[in-house]
Design a protein around this ligand. Sequence first.
Ligand SMILES: [Zn+2]
Length: 526
Amino acid sequence: MEYLLLFLLFAAPATSDLAVRLSRWKPVEMPFDASALDARQRREVEKLVDAARQMELIYWQQSDPTALEMYRSTKDPLLRRMLMINGSRWDLIDENKPFASDKPIPPGRNLYPQGLTRQQIEAYVKEHPAERDAIYSPYTVLRWNGKKLEAVPYHVEYKSYLQPAAKLLEEAADLSDDRDISNFLRLRAKALLTDDYYPSDLAWLDLRNPKIDVIFAPYETYLDDVLGVKTSYGVAILIRNDPESQKLELYQKYVPDIQDALPLVPEDRPSKRGHLSPMEVMDTPFRTGDLLHGYQAVADNLPNDPRVHQAKGTKKIFFKNFMDARTKFVVLPLAKYLMPEVLHEISHGLGPAYSRVNGKNVDIREAIGPVYSGLEEAKADIVGLYGLAWLVEHGALPKNRLNEYYASHVAGIFRTVRYGTAEAHGRAEMMEFNYFVEQKAVSRSGGKYSVDFARMPTAVAQLAKELLLMEATGDRARAEAWFNRYDKMPAELAEALKAAKEVPVDVEPKFWFPVLATGRAGASRR
Ligand SMILES: [Zn+2]
């Protein structure tokens, strides 16, 4: 009954509105090249795909369960595409505007009781200090139970999906001929059922040049605009591109030097010497959950747990097929695009590991709150540019490249700000753009924008320092004030971007494997 009602209420948004929204997404085939794998590896990938589909179902529960019901009941192909792209009824690259709901996006999605605010949570925690850790955990959903605010662990809330997923990971482990990845998959299966990802994260970083790898965990906090700490499940299945991976290894040795060169006091830039920084260039024939919906990542730096950063380091993954897809319609050729992207991912792992608040180490995400996603993306962009300048200065990259990198970063901003400022990358780059304009490193004349290369290094260094300090001090008010000041789209830029409205904003990946296992939903998508 609920089914039918939903259908009647929501299935008739204006088709033309959906068509306009969909024109911002470029459908791109993401083929699965089975010829690169032997029969056993193919079976292993298929097991991982099955496991990934369970994570997909959890994601919809976290994001917007109503949207999944609509997806399964509607006959409107445009509505179905929009729901699948966004994993919800809100347009993630247009200020989260509702396209199939009459309500604005709930800041806590389905991770918090409707309407619960941060202030209410803080007041509750003051009265119930023993429950603080559970309430702030990245792996609990909050629910009212009478007057009690209950923190339900993910492994309980999503048990019906996690149990089959864990079993499938074990089966994939049985099929693998790589002992390290088998070990990792078994540990990850255990993590799904306990919410303790630490041991499996360490094992993941120890993998050496795996042919098949996976991102398979609740890592990112993009769904949580209440506390900014609750994670959502995401999966990418990865197949190694060996020659491209080897090329990147060259740059790993500079990571500790760039960290040491950051404009911060030493205690806020813990040494990266002796840390692992594996870089993998991978094709991803299948993604689900938060890696599938909304913004399409071309690279990643994981895990996010600062304890893992301190103990071992992070892994940088470059999604080759997604980079290729993006560069096909984006202004930049891959050659100019790759190094800034590499430095962006390296820089997610640089800077402070914790905020120092009243002499205590606090998780940066928790200290900064919802503005953290935008701040961390901006830090990666700007520290990345700072690192590129460092590499050029030290002869690791040719001198004539630096201005190209500055120019392509600014050109990239024109694409990214089209995500709107509700999306973390869009918000970060809008802020960067306005700051560069204020510093006269970017200026406009005769309707065109130009980069003042002489002013760029200082502007980048100043902004890097500001963003790193916000993270080091965990100063939420300063970060919020900064973004509120700089994240608005100037009218003349909005006007200039209208000329580009025919150009898609992002790719809509079409996988060889259906995303949803049952019903015609999955069957039509490939
Ligand atoms: Zn990033």
